[in-house]
Design a protein around this ligand. Structure first.
Ligand code: A2P
Length: 278
């Protein structure tokens, strides 16, 4: 079984560097997918209130027979529940749906700048962590200005920022800021939602190592030091995506992938302007 390394977070906790993402997996399919992932060796599962599948993830956790401390479970706060009291209450809903009594990592899903409530949500997260309900607290889709504001207001630095990151959108301009604050970067859409898999450079690098394009890209995330959470609903892909610890990209491969970065490579929406309330 794959030996997934851990990343030490700025609060002293550790997270497996590779986990299983379940965005867009319906609640009635997610239990089987997570069960498959756990069987393949994944110990970190990344869900969100907004995915509508926390219940199904919880079922898979219970059916796994693993001890609670062997799993690392992440969820994310929906955007409409950012006001302080709502955030506290909303977290309890997540715990009920997952059937857990503590969470490993909870993230503010989007900053939603027009709503101007992410600072309140962060204060609620700090309280939940102080109360021992959440081990690590973090954010997702936060731009430098959002990070700096919550750190300035509370003195508490997020452990993780989960952002869109893949070979065609490498986020090089924000990496230094994350390093300075010791905020771990977690890559979402790590395969570029599938698009980067067709890139000919990726294909050549994969072939050179006798691996698939997805494995070459996931290996790149690992070697760049990111936490990565590939999603698949296919058993053979779920198994292949964790099998990336028996080969290494060399300096030339890394340089070639660095050149795939494109200013217009972003696929998902822009956190500066995504003010959707749900
Ligand atoms: P599927 O669930 O049908 O396997 P990302 O993680 O960047 O969002 O990309 C996920 C997309 O890539 C999904 O559409 C998933 O489809 C597909 N995918 C995941 N793993 C692989 C793989 N090993 N080979 C090909 N496609 C994959």
């Amino acid at each position: 079984m794959a030996n997934v390394p851990s990343i030490k977070l700025n609060d002293g906790n550790s997270i497996p560097q590779l986990g299983f993402g379940v965005w867009q997996v319906p609640n009635d399919e997610v239990t089987d997918a997570v069960a498959e992932a756990i069987q393949a060796g994944y110990r970190s599962i990344d869900t969100a209130q907004g995915y509508g599948n926390e219940e199904g993830v919880g079922r898979a956790i219970r059916q796994s027979g693993l001890k609670r401390e062997e799993l690392f479970i992440t969820s994310k706060l929906r955007t409409k529940d950012q006001p302080y009291e709502q955030a506290l209450k909303s977290f309890e809903g997540t715990m009920e749906r997952l059937g857990l009594d503590y969470l490993d990592l909870f993230l503010i899903h989007w900053p939603v700048p027009a709503q101007d409530k992410y600072g309140e949500a962060w204060k609620a997260f700090v309280k939940l962590q102080q109360d021992g309900r959440i081990r690590s607290i973090g954010v997702s889709n936060f731009l430098p200005e959002h990070l700096e504001r919550i750190i300035g207001e509370t003195g508490v630095t997020p452990a993780v920022n989960q952002i869109e990151l893949h070979p065609e959108f490498q986020q090089r301009d924000v990496r230094e800021l994350h390093r300075e604050h010791n905020i771990a970067i977690e890559s979402y859409s790590p395969l570029g939602s599938g698009a980067a898999l067709k890139n000919p450079t990726i294909g050549e690098i994969a072939q050179k190592h006798g691996k698939s394009p997805a494995q070459a890209i996931l290996r790149w995330h690992i070697q760049e030091g990111f936490i990565v959470i590939p999603k698949s609903t296919h058993a053979e892909r779920i198994r292949a995506n964790i099998n990336v610890f028996d080969f290494e990209l060399d300096a030339e491969d890394l340089e070639r992938i660095a050149r795939l970065d494109r200013p217009d490579g972003k696929i998902g929406s822009d956190p500066a302007t995504n003010n959707a309330i749900w």
